[in-house]
Ligand binder design. Structure first.
Ligand code: FAD
Ligand code: DLZ
Ligand code: SF4
Length: 514
């Protein structure tokens, strides 16, 4: 009988789940390797808070699995011999234990670039490298491919219904609980002034997080974003505590105000758990089962719970399936030929547009902005202004603590920028100032006037919206969901169109992206 191979098991920064497939058959004599490396912290220059969050969560996870009896070699970034790359750190671990290990085991990473790199590792390391499926998702990649096969359109809603049936979440037999699959029409309310917002838990830094913050301050001073105050949780228990708070104080109103925006209020009733889910501190199915119990026990209404569960077993699973099915070609498309540069205010927040300023400020402070800010403020602006998708994608990938390419790219490239030509969204999420005004209190605090359509005081979203349709008429005119705006454009006189073009040109010049 052949002996079980001895394995060196690599766990990446977003694989902090004790049930991760790379650890499933751990046995005495194996070694788990974790490494903070310059390459992963700088392939895009991640937000300081994101690096600190992940390094601290990694160090705590190493302690967690050590307590469970595993042998762990953890390479810190400031370890004098740190090679700066993942393969370099595996080499170091193999060198210090020559001949002991028969193979390297790793769970597939969440980004195409790293999976491709890993495929070269067996040759470069001279040892077998087993890359296992990441089983922390509800739908395997094969399951997604089976669903997608032969479909003309990959409509999220149909995928989501299958996930509901397969998990049994919010099901009454074969039928959706509450008599509807989707309660989105109830989830578009503006936040009334009388509704008070829940206070968020601020986790205290322990000595590990203090050390990591000092390291990040020292090594990544030029990276975007505020490191302090650092109040995110960095352990499974802290992530669970935030989830409990969300269930207790936010979930019941999550649905109603999911699309609302309020100046200076970063979190509203959102869960702020994507950073925990995406690095493995929370499990998606467990989160959804607990959300369902909140409804079954009468603590939260169906529109809120259905909306929340849809984001996780619907959108989150769907974008992951789409990413792996479509990469690498997906990232190279640029359906609208967008080529302008990302304006400086995405970094500085130095703009007179109150909505953009607030979204960038919250992003800088918290490495977080909620979905509607990402989609309808910074995303919408980049779409209307025709910003080069690669620059926008890099921005989204580095500024958010929850960003990894499998989830960031489809949301940015597909949903927000329509750079995939409609694989993900049936039409571009383009909106003028009227939408932002309806869903927020931003416009009352703005230098620009949302009711003005043209001229220097007019809301830039207003003329940029029409300029976007003018610039992209050939590419978008056949889209049946855009019949109405194109009919309105056709009725517009030339004088008005010229004013729109001139305002847009002037504005692009002003912000330095003409
Ligand atoms: P909540 O609003 O409380 O939603 C609950 C959970 O549902 C989230 O934690 C998340 O896991 C999931 N979810 C919700 N919407 C989506 C979605 N569209 N795709 C995938 N999961 C979703 N999400 C990321 O996790 N990482 C990203 O890098 C990312 N980039 C985005 C870029 C753009 C341009 C847009 C429009 C959206 C992006 N999203 C991304 C989706 C969404 O905005 C975030 O998941 C959400 O804002 C995270 O905040 P939250 O945890 O408070 O979510
Ligand atoms: C995001 C990130 C950062 C900043 N640093 C590390 C690191 O030092 N070591 C590590 O193993 N992982 C890190 N990560 C997460 C990886 O970038 C992530 O695993 C890949 O992008 C695949 O999703
Ligand atoms: Fe944003 Fe326009 Fe409203 Fe100003 S007026 S906050 S730019 S939508």
């Amino acid at each position: 009988m052949s002996e079980t191979p001895r394995s060196l098991r690599l766990v990446l920064g977003d694989q902090l789940s004790p049930t991760i497939s790379s650890l499933s058959d751990y046995r005495d004599g194996d070694l788990v390797v974790m490494a903070e490396v310059h390459a992963e912290a700088t392939y895009v220059r991640h937000h300081k808070k994101k690096i600190a969050f992940l390094f601290s969560a990694m160090r705590h996870f190493a302690d967690e699995i050590r307590s469970a009896g595993m042998a762990v070699h953890y390479f810190t970034l400031d370890d004098p011999g740190n090679s700066g790359s993942l393969i370099g750190e595996i080499m170091r671990a193999l060198e210090t234990s020559t001949g002991i290990f028969d193979r390297v085991v790793v769970t597939a990473p969440g980004e195409w670039r790293l999976l491709e790199e890993m495929k070269s590792w067996p040759d470069r390391l001279g040892i077998d490298v087993e890359i296992r499926e990441d089983t922390r998702f509800i739908a395997s990649l094969d399951r997604f491919a089976t669903w997608a096969e032969g479909r003309k359109r990959l409509t999220m809603e149909y995928f989501y219904r299958e996930m509901r049936k397969e998990t049994g979440l919010l099901m009454e037999g074969d039928l959706p609980a509450g008599g509807q699959w989707n309660f989105d029409q109830d989830n578009r309310k503006r936040l009334p002034a009388a509704v008070s917002l829940p206070k968020r838990r601020a986790h205290r830094k322990d000595h590990i997080t203090e050390d990591v913050c000092a390291l990040v301050r020292d090594r990544f001073p030029d990276h975007f974003g505020d490191l302090e105050p650092f109040t995110y949780g960095v352990t499974r228990a802290a992530a669970e505590a935030d989830l409990d708070d969300f269930f207790r104080h936010c979930l019941a109103q999550f649905g109603d105000y999911q699309d609302a925006m309020v100046q200076g209020e970063s979190f509203l009733f959102h869960s702020v758990i994507a950073l925990y889910l995406n690095c493995g501190l929370l499990d998606p199915l467990d989160v959804c089962r607990r959300a369902e119990a909140e409804w079954r026990d009468g603590r939260a209404p169906i529109n809120a719970v259905e909306g929340f569960i849809r984001q996780i077993i619907g959108w989150r699973e769907y974008v992951r399936g789409l990413y792996w099915m479509k990469m690498p070609d997906y990232a190279n498309t640029n359906f609208l030929d967008a080529s302008r540069s990302l304006p400086d205010f995405y970094w500085t927040a130095d703009t007179r547009m109150a909505c953009v300023r607030d979204t960038v400020e919250t992003t800088r402070k918290h490495a977080y902005a909620h979905h509607i800010q990402r989609l309808m403020i910074t995303g919408n602006f980049a779409l209307l202004a025709g910003i080069d998708p690669r620059q926008v994608e890099e921005w989204y990938l580095l500024v958010y603590a929850d960003a990894y390419e499998w989830v960031e790219l489809p949301n940015t490239h597909g949903m927000s920028l329509f750079a995939d030509g409609g694989v993900m969204a049936t039409k571009p999420y383009a909106a003028s100032g009227a939408y932002i005004n309806r869903m927020s209190d931003y416009c009352g605090n703005c230098h620009y006037s949302v009711s003005k359509k043209n001229g220097p005081k007019a809301c830039p979203f207003n003329y940029l919206y029409w300029n976007f349709l003018i610039e992209n008429e050939d590419r978008l005119k056949g889209n049946p969901r855009l019949n109405m705006p194109f009919r309105n454009l056709a009725k517009m006189n030339e004088e008005k169109k010229t004013a729109i073009r001139e305002d847009s040109r002037r504005f692009f010049r002003e912000i330095g992206i003409s």
